[in-house]
Design a protein around this ligand. Structure first.
Ligand code: HEM
Length: 187
């Protein structure tokens, strides 16, 4: 997403500039979890990526008892329901007119804090009693990894390579994602 959205990348770099990092051999800088707590825009960009490209694109549930769904649909015990988290991240009625735009700003409140979206709206970590117990640890790890890569390297998509999602239990890319890394000037 950063390769295709240079303004977002620039804003993340700006946010990282003031955060504490540690040096690694080779003149690299890495960020630790605590230092990234205030990196609201970086987290917003990761959440926005997961909205458009949820790692689990669809899920299946089975009705434990006869029930009625919020839209009035009756389901009988044992009915299997498959729902698409991928589609739910791209519905205008849920996300607004700009639902197809990659816009991390939608996750940032007027006061500059991370905007909370209810889990039944942002379903990438599922909702309810079987929601992902690794949500916080995965977001921390993604922040650490993304911050360290973006700060040290300019990531560019290989010319002519088109990244296409491929549906499976875990969202894949049809032909991978070919990129080149250019070392950013330290400092
Ligand atoms: C971007 C990273 C991740 C995403 C998008 C994600 C998403 C999800 C989703 C959608 C489910 C519900 C699956 C279902 O009910 O069919 C789930 C469940 C679960 N996740 Fe994650 N997950 C992520 C990372 C992790 C990590 C790092 C851990 C462990 C440290 C983890 C542990 C679990 C466990 C144990 C469950 C099952 C919870 C239950 O059934 O009660 N996840 N995750």
């Amino acid at each position: 997403m950063m390769c295709k959205h240079p303004k977002v990348e620039a804003r993340i770099l700006e946010e990282l500039k003031d955060l504490q990092s540690s040096s690694w051999p080779g003149d690299f800088s890495v960020f630790e979890c605590d230092a990234l707590r205030s990196a609201v825009y970086l987290q917003a960009a990761l959440l926005e990526t997961l909205r458009l490209f949820p790692a689990t694109p669809f899920e299946e549930k089975e009705a434990h008892v006869d029930d009625i769904l919020p839209n009035g649909t009756k389901v009988t015990k044992g009915t299997r329901i498959i729902f698409s988290l991928y589609a739910m991240g791209r519905i205008e009625g849920i996300w607004g007119k700009d639902y197809l735009e990659f816009r991390p700003e939608r996750w940032v409140s007027k006061s500059g804090r991370l905007r909370h979206e209810p889990s039944y709206k942002f379903m990438s970590f599922n909702s309810g009693p079987r929601s992902c117990i690794g949500k916080d640890v995965s977001l921390s790890n993604m922040k650490i990894t993304a911050a360290s890569i973006i700060h040290n390297f300019k990531v560019e998509l290989v010319k002519g390579h088109e990244v296409m999602p491929q549906s499976s239990v875990i969202l894949h890319t049809q032909n991978g994602m070919m990129v080149s890394l250019k070392r950013r000037v330290a400092g």
